[in-house]
Design a protein around this ligand. Structure first.
Ligand SMILES: *Cc1c(COP(=O)(O)O)cnc(C)c1O
Length: 391
């Protein structure tokens, strides 16, 4: 926020909070005036290991000294290692690397279309949920069931239908042999932190099997330990055919991935690709994040510390009229406010008091702290939330 350059040279694509962040350590960041903030935004669920994590920084440094990039014309060890880690700790099957969440979903949708059309030329319909969020590129944007993101960019892709989230009848009514895939978030993130009901995901699995369609879980936000398990669908015991991951995967280095089981392993040379996808620098970062998350200790800590966070937030919910509901799982938490307090205004007031949070849905304050926070950080954050609630 130093002068006019940001207005002259950057497109006005983001409503930004009025601070410039210079550096971070652990769960904290500092602005250019040296003010410290507790970071419960974590780059929107990206900085799972916090800022300046020594293992992550060292892995990136030493990979940069070897190769930053070589292209997918050649094999690299980091890409193979990360694929193996991701596959064995999720649904099994094969991995394609992209650079972001939306790109991971594009790949998933292309897989679904090829899977369907290789059986029947009419089998190309994709079902997604109202209020979902799958990204900003055309396929993912078409799957995103929110007209406010779609309208200015029409016409969108053909062959998409939208259902009511958590409504089994709504899903049933749109299923047919022409459906090639159903794409769902196990917890809707941008839609306001809305967890799926177990019956809903079970019905999605059953109906996809009945109509020979692929079930895609978009775990771009819910994945990478966010909910206390490596992937949110593991709480439900419902396994998708395709899993998409991004945000936290590189701990801050851009990377996305699709994991596809044997049924969905349909792509061949020429079908899809990415210049940067799975480059050694991003994969070296991803390896550190996955190793940390699968060592046992970190996920156990997420479960413990999130238990404390939930207890404290439930107190706020009981004490303050303004708090309508606290929703989510693990360290993916939404605090819906009533009409007396605008969530964006709330987030701005929190920032002024030294806490970074984001907003989602209609009027929900969203907490997505780094997974390395401790109980003291939770208490400090809740104190600030309470201060803002008291007004
Ligand atoms: C953020 C998000 C995306 C898009 O990811 P980008 O990296 O911004 O393209 C897709 N799906 C979900 C569930 C997300 O939360």
């Amino acid at each position: 926020m130093t002068g006019q350059a940001e207005k002259v040279y950057l497109m006005h694509t983001y409503k930004r909070f009025p601070i410039t962040i210079k550096h971070g350590k652990g769960a904290r960041v500092w602005d250019e005036d040296g003010r410290c903030y507790l970071d419960f935004a974590a780059g929107i669920a990206v900085n799972v290991l916090g800022h300046n994590h020594p293992k992550l920084v060292n892995a990136i440094k030493s990979q940069a000294e070897r190769t930053i990039h070589v292209s997918n014309l050649y094999w690299t060890e980091p890409q193979i290692t990360l694929a193996k880690l991701l596959s064995t700790h999720s649904i099994g099957g094969k991995v394609f690397f992209a650079n972001s969440g939306t790109e991971a979903n594009e790949a998933a949708l292309k897989i679904a279309r090829k899977f369907g059309r290789s059986q029947d030329e009419n089998k190309y319909r994709v079902i997604s949920a109202h209020n979902s969020f799958h990204g900003r590129t055309y396929g993912a944007l078409t799957a995103t069931g929110q007209p406010k993101y779609q309208k200015p960019f029409e016409p969108l892709l053909e062959g998409f239908d939208y259902i009511e989230y958590n409504n089994v009848e709504s899903l049933e009514s749109k299923m047919s042999p022409d459906v090639c895939a159903v794409i769902l978030e196990p917890i809707q993130g941008e839609g306001g932190i809305v967890p799926a009901r177990r019956e809903f995901l079970e019905a999605a699995r059953r109906l996809c099997d009945k109509y020979d369609a692929l079930l895609i879980f978009d775990e771009v936000q819910t994945g990478m330990g966010r909910t206390g398990k490596l992937f949110a669908h593991q709480h439900y015991d419902v396994t998708p055919d395709i899993l998409t991951v991004a945000k936290g995967l590189g701990g801050g280095v851009p990377i996305g991935a699709v994991v596809a089981n044997e049924r969905a392993d349909v792509l061949e040379p020429g079908d899809h690709g990415s210049t940067f996808g799975g480059n050694p620098l991003a994969c070296a970062a991803g390896i550190v994040v996955l190793e940390e998350l699968t060592s046992g200790a970190l996920l156990r800590r997420v479960q413990e510390v999130s238990h404390h966070l939930w207890e404290r937030l439930k107190e706020l919910e009981e004490t303050y009229e303004t708090v309508v509901e606290v929703r989510g799982a693990g360290l993916m938490v939404g605090m819906e406010l009533n009409e007396s307090f605008n969530a964006l205004e709330f987030a701005t007031r929190a920032l002024e008091n030294g806490l970074l949070v984001t907003v989602s849905g209609k009027n929900t304050v969203r907490l997505l702290p780094p997974l390395i926070i401790d109980e003291t950080d939770v208490d400090e954050a809740v104190e600030i939330l309470e201060k803002v609630l008291r007004g």
